[in-house]
Design a protein around this ligand. Structure first.
Ligand code: FO1
Length: 324
């Protein structure tokens, strides 16, 4: 597999990519990252999934939280709160702040998010290409109804301040109709030997990337086989609150339902292959080749085994299709 394209969100996608990079060192890996989580706070543009991918692949992620920097401090956050300047619910780290300051300065100077991202990653040599799904500002907002009435709030507020404890009625990716795939995204998909949907949130991560006009069509028309890795194990999300998101779109929280939600390529959907956890066997989804292994990414060895199995499945699907 010379050229691999991976659609990814934050935590799960980043861990998976660390494993893929280790087992496919000769491959050119292009990551198409979700930017629907992005938010502007204190005048700074914050891109959680791009940053989680950059920090994880750069070896400087906070392993405990899965987001933000290692050896982090929160003095600036405390000072902002001291001035009574909110929001206080967002964990703005001092090291992380440098990333937001540079990104905001470059965006204000007219650089695209793609250019900003490629400038920032130079510090760590990630060993793969990290692209935002688009350069336009897209933000996922969540419709909720609580004592303050029926309204939309930013995904980050729902995710962090509310802990996703208030039911999400609907997710809307603001401005996504005006977005276009970032430079290099469509070319990477068209030229790929294998395309992987990382084990990210199918609704607010992968699901948002698929809404960027042009990306879904490019995937369906791609020569490469498309293999998905289930983010749901034994009826529960590994981390995060994917179950709360899946409920909002009427999809059951299990590997079969998510696989069927993405759909079989041969039936107009996305997947040729679907990697699930052994606890989710037996599983049959029409038109999709299902394989099972331990999907819990508890350590690098396990994660590399998952990535290797995605490669193996991709190769098997290629051979079936007489591909490269
Ligand atoms: N997640 C939290 O649960 N609490 C936080 O305070 C928090 C801060 C934060 C700061 C920067 C960043 O890049 C990510 C951050 N996240 C935090 C994670 C973030 O909300 C989620 O990782 C994604 O947006 C959902 O995948």
């Amino acid at each position: 597999m010379k050229r691999i394209v991976v659609l990814a969100g934050g935590f799960g996608g980043a861990r998976f990519l660390r494993g893929l990079r280790a087992v496919a060192p000769e491959s050119k890996i292009t990551v198409v990252a979700n930017t629907g989580d992005d938010i502007t706070l204190f005048g700074l543009r914050i891109c959680p999934d791009l940053d989680t991918l950059m920090y994880t692949l750069g070896g400087v992620i906070n392993e405990k939280t899965g987001w933000g920097r290692d050896d982090e401090t929160f003095n600036s956050k405390a000072e902002l709160a001291g001035f009574g300047v909110g929001p206080s619910w967002f964990g703005l780290g001092d090291r992380d702040l440098a990333t937001h300051l540079i990104r905001t300065e470059m965006l204000n100077a007219g650089y695209s998010l793609t250019d900003v991202t490629s400038a920032l990653v130079k510090r760590w040599e990630l060993g793969l290409e990290l692209l935002p799904m688009c350069d336009e500002r897209v933000e996922t907002h969540v419709r909720i109804s609580d004592e303050d009435g029926d309204r939309f709030i930013h995904f980050q507020e729902w995710w962090i301040r509310l802990g996703a404890k208030v039911a999400a009625e609907q997710f809307v990716a603001l401005n996504i109709e005006q977005s276009r795939p970032a430079k290099g995204v469509l070319e990477a998909i068209a030229g790929a030997d294998l395309i992987i949907l990382a084990p990210s949130n199918p609704v607010v991560s992968t699901g948002i990337i698929l809404q960027v006009p042009g990306i879904l069509t490019a995937l369906k028309n791609a020569d490469a086989p498309i293999v998905g890795v289930s983010p749901i194990i034994n009826g529960a999300p590994v981390r995060g609150m994917a179950d709360k998101c899946l409920t909002a779109i009427g999809v059951e929280t299990n590997a079969h339902a998510v696989g069927a939600h993405y759909g079989a390529r041969s039936a107009g959907g996305l997947l040729d292959g679907w990697l699930v956890d052994t606890t989710d066997l037996p599983m049959e989804i029409n038109g999709i080749e299902v394989r099972a292994l331990n999907l819990l990414m508890i350590d690098p060895v396990t994660t590399q085994a998952i990535a290797q199995e995605a490669l193996n499945l991709g190769r098997a699907l290629s051979n079936q299709r007489g591909g490269s």
